[in-house]
Design a protein around this ligand. Sequence first.
Ligand code: WTA
Length: 630
Amino acid sequence: MELKIKSEKQYHDYYKKSIENPEKFWGEIANNFTWHKKWNSVVEYDFTIPKIEWFKGAKGNITENCLDRHLETIGKKTAIIWEPNNPKDKAIHLSYNELHKKVSQFANVLKNNGAKKGDRICLYMPMVPELAIAVLACARIGAVHSVVFAGFSSKALASRIDDAKCSILLTADGAFRGSKTIDLKSIADQALEMSSSIETTIVLKRINSDITLTKNQKWWHEEVKNASETCQAEIIDAEDMLFILYTSGSTGKPKGMVHTFAGYMVNTAFTFQNVFQYEKDDVYWCTADIGWITGHSYIVYGPLLQGATTLMFEGIPTFPDGGRFWEVVEKHKVNQFYTAPTAIRALEKFPLELVTKHDLSSLKVLGSVGEPINEEAWHWYDTHIGKGKCPIVDTWWQTETGAMMIASLAGITPQKPTFATLPMIGVQPVLLDENGALIKTNPAEGRLAIQFPWPSIARTIYGNHQRYKETYFSTFKGKYFTGDGALRDENGFYRITGRVDDVVIVSGHNLGTAPIENAIDEHKKIVECAVVGYPHDIKGNALYAYVILYDNVIGDDTLKKEINNLISKQIGPIAKCDKIQFVTGLPKTRSGKIMRRILRKIASNDMENLGDISTLLNPDCVKSIISERL
Ligand code: WTA
């Protein structure tokens, strides 16, 4: 069966097949790839354990599919275009032949440094071609990559290294970021002091900073010099780990989401091809960083699996000015452009001339990912970037889902501003009310869950399967809970409204409490806070903040004003807190998660139903919060 969907009718036909007989459907799609051994069964799952396996028994390697199988046909085609931070520096074009050699060579570097199948390798790198090369090199030898976004602190890096017990760290002497440089190496060194599993660090020279290497640290270029450019791919099992990628949860510790080889490969290729409608000579650009799932699935794997030309950008959208994205589109004649609403909103603020002075006529498809795209940003994107002629694909998905879950197929299925629209092939979304009852009618609003596995679902949280079960499969029995809320219109189109766990509707506005808390936390006198909603006669709900101050700070009305001013400045006056209570402690679970449920009850004056608080880390603070309730 052809991997490419070419018409709306075919979308519906594929969708139906994928639901009625997923084994047959995905088996036929998977036949489009190179395998050393085919599967014994297409899908086996039990969401209650939970256990999920796709293409069990199959063997192969994702890099053979990204690289080797293209060499004969498109070996000379550009695989990666790299656009540097500084537009005055030269862009790099790597053909599939060249990329194949470089990946093989770096795979040998890893092997020479003792890496073997199953080892975890941490990458803390700038957006340079070597990052993509190293990711693929890990996959080539069956090692597990754990890419940590190069904006994270040394502490965050150390905890991720330790959690996965990584044995090798790949980093650089520094990174360029707009007009600044970031001292990656010293952050990495601090992280190495705080963590214990790294045996070897390999350091890429990027900014030529004046650094020296200590014991067990090696220069990238020296290592590469001695390594051969041929490396047979390690043949791994379908369900062997491909990578770990950390995502933050509502509790403190980040979750190391584990993705495995075969299902991830099949679904990233399939969704990339169909959502963007990539054609043979197109240049595709996703502006994400490889440190995030979007970069993994839609800069590296999806595009390379489909033999695409994928553009990697080292810089930021506002350097040297707010027209850089459009300059790059013009320079490399980009056909598909995939970015985030936050970038669109930031660039909207610049004079339109920064857009209009560039020739954007190469663009065919625009994409959006990461958060709900608001109406205004959608129209600006459509009018000024797409000139009203480019379909916009609003793609809803998550680190955990590995690939796009709800999105339109560019120019094939209908689009609707602010709606992600229809489920991808094989994806079975459902809306549930808070009691877990299925909402069958349209239009509807509820919690978004998925009732059947798709090939690229994360299989576990590294080292903590219990948390995986609790986070995703316990809220609604037998279903994967996304944590998001959604609307479904009369045509069955989905619009993601945002996280349901921490959202309050104030005067009809959806407010996420997390960003409000972040705004409050900016205040120098504040240690920590929690924001919840409580019923309000006129607004429906209002906001109540519980705030912990540093010692010797007086919680007075002036401070309350300052807090609300901060919120106003960062989010808007709508997010101001009607009540601000200064407290000495916040109720927390043993894992450190603030129990907002209890705080919501207190704010709502519903003290009868606090539930069992004895399991809290600090049950005593509840009493004092109640006694000083506003
Ligand atoms: C949100 C990013 C609305 C959502 C790929 C999800 C979106 C979380 C969209 C996952 C979208 C992502 N419309 N909301 N098109 N895309 N989200 O793991 O709340 O970084 O649960 O994955 O981002 O973020 P993550």
